[in-house]
Design a protein around this ligand. Structure first.
Ligand code: CTP
Ligand code: CA
Length: 236
């Protein structure tokens, strides 16, 4: 009786999952951030741990209630907390050096302030705000796909898309899959109550050439298991 024991098809594997959203400091008290709760990344870590993997979760600013879920991810999940994209990049590359799989589920800020003053920026009455100059962040996923920290390492990314005049969610996801060089890309529709902060998710899994290799809709845990199913097929 009860739920069946999970398949231990990741036994002996080391996996790294990044989760949450990075924050780029504007000054010591302010940042540029995003709405990622970390729920999908934590579900991935939890599913991998239950399937037997040794998991490192690189956690960027998880929502409070999601932090509590991390404890349930079990003994074989170690957590590295980071804030900025630079910190996330360092932590993922360090843990990824001996990993069989790296999954970039974190929402990484595309841009960061060009410089961060040591002191709080003050407003000058009557004067408008000074513009904040932004510079582009490194693309951690594209780097991982290009460098391959370890031979045979499976590199997985997400593509959060809304669709627009130039193409559908899947069109954009396909283009991103081809651009990034990762082995798998999980495409999901975001915005208008979908994707961020909710427990439901809906993903189409693409390979590096943009072909559909999997589909999952349901809880973030169900999506996580579907993504691991696709990963397991690629492991040597
Ligand atoms: N990603 C990353 N480093 C960045 C930006 C994104 O590693 N600087 C990763 C994300 O973790 C995700 C994937 O790349 O796995 C796609 O992120 P997304 O924001 O959808 O794509 P971008 O390439 O940033 O393109 P855009 O935001 O313009 O759609
Ligand atoms: Ca982006």
């Amino acid at each position: 009786p009860g739920t069946p024991a999970p398949v231990r098809d990741l036994a002996g594997r080391r996996v790294v999952v990044s989760a949450g959203g990075t924050r780029e400091p504007i000054d010591p008290v302010r940042f540029i951030g995003n709405r990622s709760s970390g729920r999908q990344g934590v579900a991935l870590a939890q599913a991998a741990a239950e399937r037997g993997a040794v998991v490192t979760l690189v956690a960027a600013n998880l929502a409070q209630d999601v932090t509590a879920l991390v404890e349930q991810a079990g003994v074989s999940c170690s957590v590295v907390r980071v804030e900025s994209t630079a910190e996330l990049r360092e932590a993922v590359r360090a843990a990824g050096a001996d990993a069989d799989v790296v999954v970039m589920a974190a929402a990484v800020a595309d841009f960061r302030p060009a410089s961060t003053p040591d002191a709080k920026i003050k407003k000058v009455p009557g004067q408008g705000p000074a513009p904040i100059e932004l510079v582009e962040n490194p693309d951690i996923l594209a780097e991982l796909a290009h460098d391959r920290l370890r031979a045979g390492q499976v590199v997985v990314g997400f593509a959060a898309e809304t669709g627009d005049k130039s193409g559908s969610v899947l069109d954009h996801g396909r283009a991103k899959a081809r651009r990034k060089g990762a082995d798998l890309i999980a495409v999901n529709a975001v915005g208008a109550g979908r994707g961020f902060g909710t427990d439901a998710n809906d993903v189409t899994v693409l390979d590096g050439s943009g072909d559909v290799v999997g589909q999952a809709a349901g809880s973030k845990r169900e999506v996580a298991d579907a993504l691991w199913d696709a990963v397991v097929k690629l492991l040597p």
